[in-house]
Design a protein. Structure first.
Length: 267
């Protein structure tokens, strides 16, 4: 189904005038004071948004800390979720202004239309201030594919359909696989082995390795960045399942023991 003609094409003069008006209105948010306060509208809005985001992280990736409201800190990017260049009437609408990490905003989203997919078809758009919560797991990942290769990562998002375009715009799957999983999984395992040693858990037995992984997994939720906390937890859930498995358990256990020996040798 073709999209209806857009305002820039049908009424270019009106579109440009609207853009100019709301770009001016957006800039004034940094000057206008809230009634009865010395704070500007933007400063007050920053406080409200930061209080709403419990983790203090970018709500689109969960990987980047957003600057807190403080006169000595730089204000975070205030992104037009619906790009002002395409939806000028939303240019100064506070409901359309979302705190976003610099990487997500400047390197990925830019002026992309969050309402269109890669085929320029209309799709559902997640509300950054709504009740939708997306969870991610590593279900389907093959940890030991063989031939000395690293894990074959599979990311599973729930809900899937409604989050697809958001994941595409912010290139989340590649970023998580390359920047988090591929870079950190060995360090996570080394930390688990160190945890076992510090708590006198003998991982040379399968039972001991299972005990160490089960206990260390419970600490993963305390990671400061929520996306890393969830991925790390899911990673050790997979290892736990592998160790329990009657067929693949020995292979996973041997891998953990070999890593422990390497860790001891390097230490």
């Amino acid at each position: 189904m073709p999209l209806p003609a857009s305002l820039p094409n049908t009424l270019p003069t009106v579109h440009q005038a609207t853009r100019d008006l709301f770009e001016y209105a957006f800039e004034k948010l940094s000057d206008l004071k809230t009634p009865g306060s010395n704070e500007t509208v933007r400063a007050r809005y920053h406080q409200l948004v930061h209080a709403h985001i419990e983790s203090g992280c970018c709500p689109f990736c969960g990987l980047e800390i957003i600057e807190a409201p403080d006169p000595d800190l730089v204000d975070p990017d205030l992104d037009h979720y619906l790009a002002a260049s395409k939806y000028p009437f939303a240019g100064a609408n506070l409901r359309n202004l979302t705190a976003m990490g610099t990487t997500c905003n400047r390197s990925y989203k830019g002026a992309q239309d969050i309402l269109l997919d890669e085929l320029h078809q209309k799709v559902d758009c997640m509300d950054p201030y709504g009740d939708e919560h997306v969870t991610v797991s590593l279900d389907g990942t093959i940890l030991l594919p063989g031939a000395g290769d690293g894990p074959e990562w599979v990311l599973t998002f729930d809900p899937d359909v409604i989050s697809r375009n958001w994941r595409r715009v912010f290139n989340l799957e590649t970023r998580l696989k390359v920047n988090v999983l591929g870079k950190r999984y060995k360090t996570w395992l080394e930390h688990c082995i160190s945890y076992a040693q510090e708590n006198n858990i003998d991982i040379t037995s399968r039972y001991g390795a299972l005990e160490a992984v089960g206990k260390f997994k419970k600490t993963c939720k305390f990671e400061a960045l929520p996306t890393i906390a969830r991925l790390k937890t899911s990673f050790f859930e997979l290892i736990e399942s592998e160790l329990i498995d009657p067929e693949g358990g020995d292979r996973m256990h041997n891998f953990v023991v070999e890593l422990r020996q390497l860790d001891c040798a390097s230490g």
